[in-house]
Write a protein that binds this ligand. Structure first.
Ligand code: CDP
Length: 213
């Protein structure tokens, strides 16, 4: 079974995807991590993430060790990720890795959960279940703020909110694979739901969409 979870920055896709994968014994791929790794690699080499040349090289030789780098989760890396993600060559360089993961999940997993921006529309258009997880920009910025605080950082709320809005704008308006719900995606607005409530709803949907075993 393939589950596609898409939505804007800090909507809670990652937490939901991880819990679903645990619950059903599926493998989980955070596709945003791949774009973050490309962005981080460009930043580390002193390049500009909006520069197609540097991002092309980084995405063609993806350094998977960067997925475990503490700097992967920094706001600056998220911003760089959304800049490299605009480039069609970067997206196509990352496509095979994502599709392979979905059709041949590692270990003995009987399914895969992928989260990102274009999983239901581009990466896995035939996914068995597509969820589009969203929440208001303010709620998402609050969640990101708390997440950064818990990591011992001292974030500024207005900076986070501006960042979330800028990223939404860039992700929704790019030409290649813009952020939007697939036509057959189910919408989950989590503005007024905590993670347990979101998880219970999503898990019920997985059970409904599972082929009988
Ligand atoms: O964790 P957060 O929601 O902040 O972002 P992320 O999922 O780590 O993704 C970082 C950036 O990568 C996004 O802002 C997108 O621009 C890009 N991305 C994408 O274009 N396509 C995907 N499938 C996943 C991420």
């Amino acid at each position: 079974m393939i589950i596609a979870i898409d939505g804007p920055a800090a909507a809670g896709k990652g937490t939901l995807a991880r819990r679903l994968a645990d619950e059903f014994g599926f493998a989980y791929l955070d596709t945003g991590g791949l774009y973050r790794a490309v962005g981080l690699s460009v930043l580390r080499s002193g390049g500009n993430p909006a520069d197609a040349g540097a991002a092309e090289v980084a995405s063609a030789n993806l350094d998977l060790a960067l997925l475990d780098d503490p700097a992967l989760r920094a706001e600056e890396t998220g911003n760089a990720a959304s800049k490299v993600a605009v480039l069609p060559i970067v997206r196509s360089n990352l496509l095979d890795f994502q599709r392979n993961f979905a059709s041949n999940p590692p270990g003995d997993a009987t399914g895969a959960v992928l989260d990102g921006r274009d999983i239901g529309t581009v990466v896995c258009p035939d996914a068995d279940l597509k969820l589009f997880v969203t929440a208001s920009a303010e709620v998402r910025a609050k969640r990101r703020y708390r997440e950064l605080e818990e990591r011992g950082l001292e974030p500024e709320f207005h900076v986070i909110l501006t960042d979330v809005r800028e990223r939404d704008e860039r992700d929704m308006n790019r030409k290649d694979a813009p952020l939007r719900p697939a036509e057959d995606a189910l919408l989950l607005d989590t503005s007024n739901l905590d993670i347990d409530a979101v998880f219970l709803r999503a898990a019920a949907l997985v059970n409904e969409h599972r082929s009988p075993q």
